[in-house]
Design a protein around this ligand. Structure first.
Ligand code: F6P
Length: 724
């Protein structure tokens, strides 16, 4: 608009100047022509006048007037109309009004509305003045044309410059924005140190500040003096992710309803995943989507397959997804637990891959993706995808909810690339996981294994410095988040004192008050090293027979995945091994190994952990192992010794435990001896350090770190979208 106004203004001010210039030129042109005409005929005229040849004179005048620009010619005396006028001489022209002098002179008249230029030239011997009349209308027309052309030219020039300016501005802006984008993308990936390297580019300084603030917010919130709790997590979520919708997806549900003879019973499954995520979901609210596996699950949901939980104080919604027996066989027992589980755990159990299981696994992942999309209230929830049951879900979710922040946590180890290459669908699994915004493992070691696997099998861009993988333009951050337990654990609050727990458990099993107790407690899984632990007890008692009758080992094992041969076989083997060791070292009523195969509720678990002198966690391979952390949380008396496998992720954090190689039965036997004879003061010192660590690095921090990273990435991507 402003450009047009400028163009109009210019045209209006320049056009009159152009007009008068053209009119001036035209007039001078006419004057010159009149002079030329006169010069060419003045001798002839003088001759004819002297000869008083009126007839020839009239004839000559008519011929001169034939010139297209000349209107009329004549000879002026002192006054009155011109003599020898050509045909078109206006009758109103009087010689006394015509400017005459001794040289040539010009004057203008308006005759019949037309401007006339009258040139008068003195004839020799005072024979009057030769007058030439020219119609000046053409000069006016030329002036008008000139005005129009000039206006058009000025307008064209101004418009062209406007166009040029706008184009230049657009191009500059584009370059500016793409520079800005690059800066942000680089900064978005960058560590705080790298921000300093971005010195150029539009708004670089401002951007650095905003991004630094976003990044520093994580460190500021997770400061040295931060105490992570349910309240702290709630506060962080409400400040950093206001009004955000949090959704959790896992195979195992946090509350199972089973039909028993006594009616419907509520069960909380023996699952590290559930014990970690349940308090977090309680704190954040939202929706948890899981497989409804209980025999009375369908009877306890509403028409939309939902129910509010926890039953005694509902804070979030559980949405159950139903699976047929065939689906469970293919997806859960088949691909997840006979394929991926042994593939990822180096426990020397062969993985089995069947195409039909893979297809069912893929279909079930799609079913869960549909359920999440159905439950989502907005288009950008934070979806916390759990575990190896859902390797394909992140990609399916990304297709359905492109703006969602998908944080996937892989609860089990990730093997090296060589081992993973066994899987016939390795590329699909990797690509599925790379649909995530953030992909978490317990340890940096597992993150590195994953990145190496991607490097080997999928064409993608890997940024090792920042731990990210970009596939098809989508960047996934691969980061360690060591999982933990709630602090203090809810089940601990209901416990009696340690001495009472000790007395109660010893009485229940019929042991003397001074009997030393070691405990192992978990799902009956071949990765947990249950047999190896028993063999260690065997070695210990063989080399320290003085402990017979004074030491017992209780193995509490919850049956799990019993449909599968590898698990059935393990139970049988464990029963036989316990019997053999009991036979070898037992006397009378003394049984060194007590094998209790059943599900234990959390209250019972904590009572056993408080009653024990030693807790043995001898996993052959484990992502983290939360039993180790539960034992530490259970011991508010600061007593008790933890024997911990070098191959459990927990050993990276709990270095004050006695770290063992579960494959070395004699070495573990020696560790049992060391634990049983450890002075109380040393136990206290070790326990204090480990309790401090588990207290501060509790499950709220685990979830908080993942949610803060999600929030950081959301903020940076929003910033990018805003300027895009
Ligand atoms: O260790 C992996 C894991 O998914 C844990 O998170 C969980 O405790 C356990 O397996 C549960 O197994 P399932 O659901 O098959 O009983």
């Amino acid at each position: 608009m402003a450009g047009l106004a400028i163009a109009t203004l210019l045209a209006v001010s320049i056009a009159p100047v152009a007009t008068s210039l053209v009119e001036d030129w035209s007039r001078r042109d006419v004057e010159l022509r009149s002079t030329l005409v006169f010069n060419s005929i003045q001798d002839r005229l003088s001759g004819l006048l002297a000869a008083e040849d009126a007839e020839t004179l009239a004839h000559v005048m008519e011929r001169v007037a034939l010139d297209e620009r000349i209107l009329a010619v004549g000879i002026c005396g002192e006054k009155g109309p011109p003599l020898f006028p050509s045909k078109l001489m206006p009758v109103t022209l009087a010689c006394e009004k015509v400017a005459r002098s001794e040289t040539k002179s010009f004057s203008t008249f308006l005759v019949g509305g037309h401007p006339l230029l009258v040139g008068s030239f003195p004839l020799r011997q005072n024979r009057g003045h030769f007058v030439v009349l020219n119609d000046l209308s053409f000069a006016e027309k030329r002036g008008l044309k000139a005005r129009i052309y000039m206006t058009a030219i000025v307008a064209a020039i101004v418009l062209a410059s406007i166009l040029l300016t706008v184009t230049t501005a657009i191009l500059t802006l584009r370059g500016w924005i793409s520079g800005l984008r690059e800066s942000i993308a680089a900064l978005g990936r960058g560590t705080p140190l790298e921000y300093e390297n971005v010195r150029h580019g539009p708004l670089a300084e401002e951007l650095r500040d905003v991004l630094r603030q976003i990044d520093e917010s994580r460190a500021a919130i997770d400061g040295e003096h931060t105490t992570w709790s349910a309240e702290k997590l709630k506060e962080v979520v409400s400040i950093e992710l206001p009004n955000v919708e949090v959704m959790v997806v896992s195979n195992r549900e946090p509350y199972i309803h089973n039909r028993t003879e006594a009616g419907i019973e509520l069960q909380i499954p023996a699952s590290g995943l559930v014990s970690a995520l349940e308090p977090v979901t309680r704190a954040c609210g939202g929706t948890w989507i899981a497989h409804g596996s209980g025999s009375a699950d369908r009877e306890t949901v509403d028409a939309d397959d939902r129910l509010r939980v926890p039953p005694d104080d509902p804070t979030y919604t559980l949405r159950r997804v139903w699976l047929s027996d065939e689906e469970q066989d293919g997806y859960y027992y088949g691909f997840a637990n006979e394929g991926l589980w042994p593939l990822c755990h180096i426990a020397f159990t062969r993985p089995n891959f069947r195409e039909s299981d893979w297809e069912t696994y893929r279909d079930v992942n799609e079913r869960f993706a549909d359920a999440v999309a159905q439950e989502a209230r907005g288009d950008s929830p934070i979806v916390l995808v759990q575990d190896y049951h859902f390797a394909l879900l992140p990609r399916f979710l990304r297709e359905r909810l492109p703006h969602a922040t998908i944080t996937t946590f892989w609860h089990i180890p990730w093997p090296n690339a060589e081992t993973f290459s066994i899987c016939p669908w390795k590329e699909e699994i990797i690509e599925g996981l790379l649909g995530s915004t953030v992909l978490g493992f317990h340890t940096q070691f597992h993150c590195n294994n994953f990145i190496e696997t991607v490097d080997r099998f999928v064409e993608s861009r890997i940024d090792r410095e920042n731990g990210s993988v970009t596939l098809g333009g989508h960047e996934t951050f691969v980061k360690p988040y060591p999982i933990s337990i709630e602090w203090p654990p809810a089940a601990l609050l209901k416990q009696q004192s340690v001495s009472r727990c000790r007395a109660a458990v010893r009485e229940r099993f019929g042991w003397g008050p001074d009997t030393k107790v070691a405990i192992g407690i978990e799902r009956f899984d071949y990765t947990k090293g249950v047999l190896d632990r028993m063999q260690a007890v065997d070695c210990f008692l063989a080399s320290h027979p003085e402990w017979r009758g004074k030491f017992v080992f209780v193995q509490a094992a919850a049956p799990t995945r019993s449909k599968l041969e590898a698990y059935k076989g393990l139970q049988d083997e464990a029963i036989q091994l316990a019997a053999a060791i009991n036979k070898r070292h037992g006397t009378g009523t003394y049984k060194p190994i007590e094998l209790v195969i059943r599900h234990h509720e959390q209250d019972e678990v904590y009572e056993l952990l408080r009653a024990a002198d030693v807790c043995i966690v001898s996993s052959l391979h484990d992502g983290m192992n939360l039993v180790a952390k539960e034992f530490i949380a259970a011991r508010d008396d600061e007593q008790g010794v933890l024997i911990l496998s070098n191959f459990a992720g927990a050993s990276r954090e709990l270095s004050e435990a006695i770290i063992v190689n579960p494959y070395d039965a004699s070495g573990m036997g020696r560790a049992i001896e060391k634990a049983l004879t450890m002075p109380g003061a040393e136990q206290r010192e070790r326990m204090r350090l480990m309790r401090d660590l588990v207290r501060s690095r509790n499950v709220y921090r685990w979830a908080g770190m993942m949610l803060l990273d999600a929030s950081r990435i959301r903020k940076k991507r929003r910033l990018l979208e805003l300027i895009g």
